[in-house]
Design a protein around this ligand. Sequence first.
Ligand code: 5RP
Length: 235
Amino acid sequence: METPAESPISSKEAAGARAALCVESGMILGLGTGSTVTYFLEALARRIQSENLSVKGVATSEDTVLKAKELGIPMTTLEEDPQLDLVIDGADEVDGDFRLIKGGGGALLREKIVAAAGKRVVIIVGEGKQVDVLGTTFLLPVEILPFGYPSTESRVAGLGCIPFLRTTEKEEPFVTDNGNYILDCKFAEGIADPVSLHAEMSQIPGVAEVGLFLDLCDEVITGLGGGTTTVQTKP
Ligand code: 5RP
């Protein structure tokens, strides 16, 4: 009988597994959200089991809380542990200056709080997430309060984009873990000046968080086909 061929390791899985090697016993971790992070959590859980690693994690979403608990990863909170040794999270786009678009999973607000609490932030991505100009392959997620959202939406549009209210399969507004809505913003030519855009959008009343992470990434681990990875460290 033939042994079935092993399925090839995906680029996201490779990045997640590589990131688990960055963890040391005693660390307080920030645990991101998304499919790449799920691979990281699985690899981390294996290391906790086999090497008896002692770590605790702060989750960036309710989804990650559930996954981490299922995998037996001990959890803590930013109230108990306000400073994190290492944050591992995914991204939707990464540019050459280690700037990111995040929020594809709708967790951008907690992700930014957790990244800001980290001494070191490692971003893990599969193939196809590196871009020259942010906003060219992915819409920019912006978390907004439901109160008066059409007014917030038109002010966001005034910054040169077309915002789409994120909806569920039932065509209802997608609601974040914080009870907010998400606008996915399309920039026809990409985001020419992410720093100015971030500053201007953050000033709009009703905007809770912008999915531009401009100075919150120290290292990018990119998974490649066949299980290999590259690691880029911010100079
Ligand atoms: C969630 C995020 C995710 O990190 C981002 O969407 C990447 O997800 P994936 O690893 O599934 O491609 O920002 O809010």
